[in-house]
Design a protein around this ligand. Structure first.
Ligand code: ATP
Ligand code: MG
Length: 441
């Protein structure tokens, strides 16, 4: 250990109080401080060495010369360091302040950090365990944190109970094509859940207003920018609610989440280059158009679409171009939606369903609506959809014992983060994405 190192260590030992970088950036010139974090950038100009240090709160540049420069020279990109120095304003420094470095100690060395020149999407996904340190991912994860918090806050402040549902299930909610089979302990085949909806429906008969935040699993065959195989799902179910009631809950919820992000994540939105004005515009009421009106709009725009088909990403993108804030498309045809959707009594060929489409090309973030509450109607529809009523025995029981009208919805949290953060691919909305082609790292 060199004399310099001994001195640096003594200083640290003496109980240096480390400050968060965000806090240091607000301090007066001349303040003597210590920070700890990781080397974000490194520039060696011979006599002087510039080290940009990052911690969870931000980045600050420290300038070293003399003996300290020798030590600073050894700190590779992403080395963990402790740095002591004096705060000084400098317009050229990121954040407007820098540290005149007095000492630096490498706590965890790092040599040849792999992320340097190759920043292709595929490579960054291969090294996602390291890329989560990037300022972009850091910003997205902070926004994601706010979104999750705001979802809970909304429901809990409005009399909903949070519940937890199983991940291992035996029957499809959203259709068999995207089920993940799992070999269970007794040798039978079970599946990973695609949605907690059926369990939430059971729980409204105890708690009336329930919600859950949990993963859902879908073996999505199509590779799109907005599908994960494991995604985070915020679902709610409400006894006695109608389609109109549930749409009002959805728009209030989405607006609550946006407001929280606007309050808490201005720095992150700026770093990501998000146009916040577009978010500020998303005040309820959102637009409401029927599926039929949506078809007219699409046909007028030259898209060819059969009445009865569900909309894909292209149709949704074309639709939302026409709107400056989110838009509900309600009353989808029966065959475009899963079997549990209730028919509109005034027009049985359409369902009391609604998807919420986000603007700026993002498309569907929520699917929801009224559920069938009558036993005969549900059995008849299960059969009509080519499914077997015996696979849904317990779900049918809910219609046998005190059934009530009810409605609910599922919001894709990753898609919501993608939209709010202005990302162009869903894999960037979650730290460790799972897609058709990727389950590593
Ligand atoms: P899509 O047509 O886009 O596949 P969906 O109709 O299958 O969506 P729902 O079953 O209504 O979607 O699920 C509710 C919400 O969950 C969707 O609005 C979306 O935000 C989200 N979601 C569904 N599938 C995925 C997925 N594979 N990856 C990420 N989010 C998803
Ligand atoms: Mg789907």
């Amino acid at each position: 250990m060199s004399a310099y190192e001994r001195k640096a260590r003594r200083r640290v030992m003496r109980g240096t109080c480390f400050r968060r970088i965000a806090e240091v950036l607000r301090m007066e010139d001349g303040s003597r401080v210590a920070v700890r974090g990781w080397v974000y950038r490194h520039r060696d100009l011979g006599r002087k060495v510039f080290v940009v240090v990052r911690d969870s709160s931000g980045i600050i540049q420290a300038v070293f010369d003399g003996e300290a420069a020798e030590e600073a020279r050894k700190a590779g990109i992403e080395a963990a360091v402790m740095v002591g120095g004096v705060v000084k304003s400098d317009a050229r420094a990121p954040g407007g302040k820098e540290l005149v470095g007095e000492w630096i100690r490498v706590v965890g060395p790092s040599h040849n950090f792999p992320i340097s020149r190759d920043v292709s999407r595929e490579f960054l996904l291969d090294v996602r365990h390291l890329w989560v340190r990037s300022r972009r991912m850091n910003a997205v994860m902070k926004i994601r944190h706010t979104v999750f918090g705001a979802l809970h806050e909304y429901f809990r402040s409005r009399g909903y109970y949070e519940v937890q549902c199983p991940m291992f299930i035996t029957a499809a909610v959203e259709g068999g094509a995207t089920l993940f089979p799992v070999k269970y302990v007794d040798g039978s085949t079970v599946y990973l859940t695609q949605s907690s909806q059926f369990y939430l429906e059971a729980l409204i008969y105890s708690l009336e207003k329930v919600y859950t935040v949990a993963p859902s699993f879908r073996a999505e065959k199509s590779r799109t920018r907005r599908h994960l195989t494991e995604f985070w799902h915020c679902e709610a179910e409400v006894a006695w609610a109608t389609l109109d009631d549930i749409m009002r809950v959805e728009e209030e919820l989405v607006w609550h989440v946006i407001q929280r992000v606007l309050e808490e994540n201005q720095d992150e939105l700026k770093l990501l280059g998000r146009d916040v004005e577009r978010l500020e515009e998303c005040k309820p009421p959102f637009y409401r158009i029927s599926y039929d009106e949506a078809i007219d709009i699409l046909r007028n725009k030259g898209l060819r679409i059969e009445w009865g088909e569900d909309f894909g990403a292209d149709e949704e993108r074309a639709l939302v171009e026409e709107f400056d804030k989110p838009v509900f498309v309600h009353r989808y045809p029966e065959k475009a939606k899963a079997f549990y959707h209730k028919s509109d009594p005034r027009r049985p060929e359409v369902t009391l369903s609604a998807d919420l489409l986000a603007p700026e090309g993002y498309g569907e973030i929520i699917g929801g609506g009224e559920r069938i509450e009558r036993l005969e109607e549900l059995i008849e529809k299960i059969k009509r959809f080519g499914l077997r009523p015996e696979d849904y025995e317990w779900y049918l029981d809910l219609r046998r014992y005190g059934s009530v009208p009810h409605a609910g919805f599922g919001l894709g949290i990753d898609r919501t983060v993608m939209w709010i953060a202005g990302l162009d691919h869903i894999v960037d909305s979650i730290p460790f994405p799972r897609t058709v082609r990727r389950v590593y790292p």
